[in-house]
Design a protein around this ligand. Structure first.
Ligand code: MN
Length: 236
């Protein structure tokens, strides 16, 4: 059998160091995984198990310099919002899959890590919450998941602490520590794998610390996780 349309190239992220690509299969995101961010969104961080939403796989991309030769990587300001928010997050890239994974075995599924920004049309999300409708188009729009190149796990060392931060135009906006995650990476993988069979190529955005806020056209974002990765881009 042949396909009736050209088969698209799978979404991918570059691997740090260059030369190879990580094929992205699905993009799962954790809601409210740092207590201070849960509180700033009006929720009680102590009463909720982790919950998940998804972005389309092709929403994730590594920002690249514009074709004009301008050296700044750019991310387009999306349509249908007047309140585009940044959420810096540790991104976990899975190299193995599985269902009902035991937390003690979960890190064996991890291929590597990066830092990403869960861009959010906050006005659409608030409206969806108020109307008890899905969040999908508040979270899963084109270019909604800018991400750094991914680094493979080295020497079995998995980041479970370290500063996670984001600045806009040089001003600090978000600051936290991976150690402050309510649900650590093994627990997230174990929990998610009880709802879906995870697959190689799946990404997990693991939630954001406090300090989320608005971006406008021209905002320059710098974000990072100490010892893991950094990312920068300008909203255009
Ligand atoms: Mn998020």
């Amino acid at each position: 059998m042949t396909y009736v349309l050209p088969v698209p190239t799978p979404p991918s992220l570059p691997v740090s160091g260059g030369g190879t690509l990580f094929p992205v299969r699905r993009v799962f995101c954790v809601g409210r995984n740092y207590g201070d961010h849960a509180r700033e969104m009006g929720a009680d961080p102590n009463r909720e198990p982790p919950f998940f939403f998804l972005k389309p796989a092709d929403a994730v991309f590594a920002p690249r310099p514009a074709a004009s030769g301008d050296a700044r990587p750019v991310v387009p300001y999306p349509p249908q919002t007047a309140d585009l928010h940044h959420e810096v997050e540790l991104v976990v890239a899975l190299g193995k899959g599985g269902a009902a994974i035991d937390p003690a075995d979960a890190l064996d599924a991890v291929w590597g890590y990066g830092v990403g920004v869960d861009l959010t049309r906050r006005d659409l999300q608030s409206e969806a919450k108020n109307l008890r409708r899905p969040w999908d188009l508040a979270k899963g729009f084109d270019f909604s998941g800018p991400c750094s190149p991914l680094s493979p796990v080295g020497d079995g060392v998995h980041p479970d602490r370290g500063r996670i931060w984001l600045s806009v135009d040089g001003s600090p906006r978000q600051e936290g520590d991976l150690a402050d995650q309510i649900w650590a990476v093994p627990e997230i993988i174990a929990h998610l794998s009880r709802s879906v069979t995870l697959q190689p190529g799946d990404l997990i955005f693991t939630g954001t610390p406090a300090g989320v806020g608005a971006l406008t056209r021209g905002s320059t974002v710098m974000a990072g996780i100490d010892g893991v990765a950094e990312l920068s881009f300008t909203i255009e």
